[in-house]
Design a protein around this ligand. Structure first.
Ligand SMILES: NC(=O)c1ccc[n+]([C@@H]2O[C@H](COP(=O)([O-])OP(=O)(O)OC[C@H]3O[C@@H](n4cnc5c(N)ncnc54)[C@H](OP(=O)(O)O)[C@@H]3O)[C@@H](O)[C@H]2O)c1
Length: 237
């Protein structure tokens, strides 16, 4: 059975943190949300908690570092929905707090790039056929970071920072490629958010961190593409 819902959203890494909050806010706005998560128990629990709030939410197993898992997730999605309106590449890792580029471990860099760059690219490729079936104009949102910016880049977390710069390049490439039918592809920085990744000292709540992502998925003009956003305003790369 495919869902009759007019709007669908698939969010990667949505079992917790910003991804889960984005799923909750989109569900609240009438989207049927699909929770992509690599941990089956946590993913099921996240989807169930949204169902308990009265929303339409489905768990889909997804490890963004595993090409087969991504293909299976796309296959599972196609059995449950006819089209995809919003893809949010949110899943990411940050493992190099306190690392220095001069001694950066190459395996750590590879692992980070695999999750934060190659993963979103493969997820986008495999979900593209369903995005192309969206009638209202599909949107892809890549969750980036302030530290991706080449204008302000310093020494902070080199593997993570480099990965988010590369993710921004993925945004530009897909935005340039996806013109017919037009699909809006944008990068967004959520700011510094209190999650497992952001820590307790961050200045923003998950609700605040989700705000611009949800705006790009819904109210932002669909003609805006190939840009980098923060606080609902375009910012420099
Ligand atoms: N928090 C901040 O201050 C901040 C600032 C700038 C940008 N961001 C970005 O915002 C996004 C969400 O971050 P967050 O703060 O919500 O982080 P988080 O709480 O650590 O959540 C990250 C999510 O990504 C998932 N994930 C990691 N590797 C995965 C994989 N291989 N396959 C599938 N899922 C995977 C995690 O799953 P598990 O639970 O299984 O680990 C988790 O659901 C990320 O892209 C991050 O870079 C965050």
């Amino acid at each position: 059975m495919t869902t009759e819902h007019p709007k669908t959203a698939f969010i990667t890494g949505a079992n917790k943190g910003i991804g889960f909050e984005v799923a909750r806010q989109l569900a609240k706005r009438g989207f049927a949300v699909f929770i992509g998560a690599r941990d089956i128990a946590k993913g099921r629990a996240a989807a169930q908690s949204l169902c308990d709030e009265g929303y339409e939410s489905t768990f889909i197993a997804l490890d963004v570092t595993d090409p087969l898992s991504i293909k299976q997730a796309a296959g599972t999605f196609s059995q449950k929905a006819s089209h995809l309106d919003v893809l949010i590449n949110n899943a990411a890792i940050l493992e190099d707090h306190g690392e220095n580029i001069m001694k950066l471990n190459a395996e750590l860099l590879d692992r980070t790039l695999k999750t934060n760059v190659t993963g979103p690219m493969m997820v986008t490729q495999d979900f593209l056929p369903y995005l192309q079936k969206s009638e209202g104009g599909a949107r892809i949102i890549n969750v980036s970071s302030d530290v991706s910016s080449l204008q302000t880049m310093g020494t902070y977390a080199p593997a993570y920072s480099i990965s988010k710069t590369a993710l921004n390049a993925i945004t530009k490439q897909f935005a340039a490629a996806l013109t017919s039918p037009p699909i809006a592809v944008n990068s967004v920085s959520p700011g510094w958010v209190r999650t497992d990744m952001g820590g307790n000292n961050a200045n923003l709540s998950v609700e605040q961190g989700a705000e611009t992502i949800v705006w790009l998925a819904t109210d932002a003009p669909a003609t805006e593409t190939g840009k980098f956003w923060r606080d609902k305003k375009e910012v420099g790369w």
